[in-house]
Write a new protein. Structure first.
Length: 548
């Protein structure tokens, strides 16, 4: 028989491992996207669904999963979720097409959505209410580390093996955690709710969130005023409004809206949402910049981004120590401001920015991310124990939704900036050619070639930067012109075009970071409301909430 102390240690290990692999799979695929895109001969827009579908499914199904776990048993749902997650991981690694991989990522996401919200109620069941906050803090730290560690771990696995390994690595972890969950935990329920499943509520919420994400992801491609985008925008609004109206009339609500009456929970949930949003800046946007613009290897890019993870490991224990002795508010507010500062530092990126400078940016982002991630602990500290499961589902869903919307919005902004940069590079090259004093026939041929140069579907971002200069280089050889003066002018133009292209493609990312930094800064005000001390009035209000 395992003694109580050993059972607690193994139980915490199991929950931490589950949270690690579920969160890791939100970001580990991002660094593998170029390799997967090339493997399936796809394009970045399509392959982005590998990441988007996972976090979308997590955010959509996490709240229903929390409700089902409260109704039918948290341990039972945890084991079912782990089974689905492990099966999805294996099938992802065996994928024979991009569509199949995306579909299997959805199954993996459903498994992750089931297990994530069960973490807090199982912690309360194992450790008791007083010690549960400390356990949740450890699990939250593991989650934050996993989110930041995805790119370096993915880069190392790809370097040593192939992209398939980022999925196969989950299988032994899932098998071990299932054994530990079976041994260490007993079954638990929320006895204050019925076992009636809110099917219509699940459908309305899922439909609304799916449409919202599609609009954000494809708005730039289709055009914000195009019929599909306008239709889906209207569908998003209709679905979510119907969901709210439908839920108001139900006694067994899918979402416990009364929890938002607690200021600490609401503000902390928003902070955790911003954690999910901001991590995309390093794990997706900055990674694309390093690989596609700076031409760093996967491992080199992972090394730079790895410092985000290292600083999270330092920041969370320090922040937790301070918060437990004083208050969560200064910790979380400082964290969100540091994230903002790091993003504004990334706005200053140049094509020749040194590796140490970029490591500094990632370190600052990681430290701010680590402090802000403590919002998962502050969110549930004043929530009644019986509602810990639903509260966990809601705050974790907010984090995943933030990640999902971060991918959709920031990748959309990045893609829009890429198209703009391509046009500007081509127009500048054509204008410069028109101003050259070269043979008319050569000028006409070169202008025509530049106008006909098209960014081919499926090519990497670096192709846009190289296209104009490659077209110009084709005319600089001895066969292009017998006039040495013409060749000298064209060689000089190639150099200037390359310089302009580097600046324009770097601007693609600085403008994206500017958008992200502005959004994070606006949200920072909520950090000031993340630890409102519970008064007797609050205590009476929660008693009434639980009773009714």
């Amino acid at each position: 028989m395992i003694n109580t102390k050993m059972k607690s240690a193994l139980g915490l290990t199991a929950l931490s491992l589950v949270m690690f692999i579920v969160t890791l799979d939100s970001t580990i695929t991002n660094i593998a996207l170029p390799a997967i895109t090339n493997f399936f001969k796809a394009n970045l827009t399509d392959s982005n669904w590998i990441s988007t579908i996972y976090v979308l499914v997590l955010s959509v199904f996490m709240i229903p999963a929390a409700k089902l776990a409260d109704q039918f048993g948290r341990k039972r749902l945890m084991l079912i979720g782990l089974t689905l997650f492990g099966l999805g991981s294996a099938l992802c690694g065996l994928a024979h097409s991009l569509l199949w991989l995306i579909m299997m990522r959805a199954i993996q996401g459903i498994g992750g959505a089931i297990v994530t919200p069960v973490m807090i109620p199982l912690s309360v069941e194992l450790f008791g209410r007083k010690k549960a906050n400390q356990a949740v803090g450890i699990i939250g730290a593991v989650s934050a580390i996993a989110a930041a560690a995805g790119p370096p771990i993915g880069g190392l696995l790809i370097k040593l093996t192939s992209w398939h390994a980022i999925f196969f690595v989950n299988i032994p972890v899932v098998m071990m955690t299932m054994i530990l969950i079976q041994i260490c935990f007993s079954e638990s329920y929320d006895n204050t709710i019925t076992k009636k499943v809110d099917i219509l509520g699940i459908l309305l919420l899922s439909t609304g969130l799916f449409q919202l994400t599609f609009v954000l992801l494809k708005g730039y491609d289709y055009g914000w005023r195009s019929r599909p985008i306008l239709f889906l925008s209207a569908g998003t609004l209709s679905s979510l409004l119907l969901f709210l109206l439908f839920e108001r009339k139900r006694t067994d609500k899918l979402i416990e809206f009364k929890l938002f009456r607690e200021t600490t929970f609401t503000a902390s949930t928003i902070m955790y949402f911003m954690c999910g949003f901001s991590i995309i800046c390093s794990s997706v946007i900055f990674n694309v910049y390093l690989e596609d613009v700076r031409h760093f290897t996967v491992l080199h890019a992972a090394f730079i981004i790895m410092f985000t993870s290292l600083m999270v490991m330092i920041a969370m224990p320090l922040g937790s120590w301070f918060a437990l002795r004083y208050d969560y508010r200064p910790v979380l507010f400082t964290g969100i401001l540091l994230i903002t500062l790091s993003l504004w530092m990334l706005v200053q990126l140049k094509f020749n920015t040194s590796t140490p400078a970029m490591v500094g940016d990632m370190s600052l982002l990681g430290f701010g991310f680590g402090l802000t991630s403590l919002s998962i602990v502050s969110a549930v500290q004043f929530i009644p124990q019986v509602k810990a499961g639903m509260a966990s589902g809601m705050v974790n869903a907010a984090r995943q939704l933030g990640t999902c919307l971060g991918i959709a919005l920031l990748v959309g902004v990045m893609n829009h900036n890429i198209v703009t940069a391509e046009k500007q590079i081509k127009i500048k090259a054509i204008t410069d050619v028109q101003q050259l004093q070269i043979q008319p026939a050569l000028k006409l041929k070169l202008t025509r070639d530049l106008k006909n140069s098209v960014h081919e579907k499926g090519n990497r971002l670096s192709y846009a930067r190289k296209k104009a200069s490659k077209t110009l280089l084709a005319t600089t050889g001895p066969s292009a012109s017998e006039n040495s003066r013409d060749r000298w002018q064209l060689a000089k133009l190639v150099h200037e075009t390359r310089k302009n292209s580097k600046e324009k493609t770097t601007d693609v990312f600085t403008k994206t970071f500017q958008v992200a930094g502005t959004i994070v800064f606006v949200s920072s005000v909520f950090g000031l409301f993340t630890d409102r001390k519970k008064t007797d009035h609050h205590h009476r209000k929660y008693k009434r909430m639980v009773k009714h």
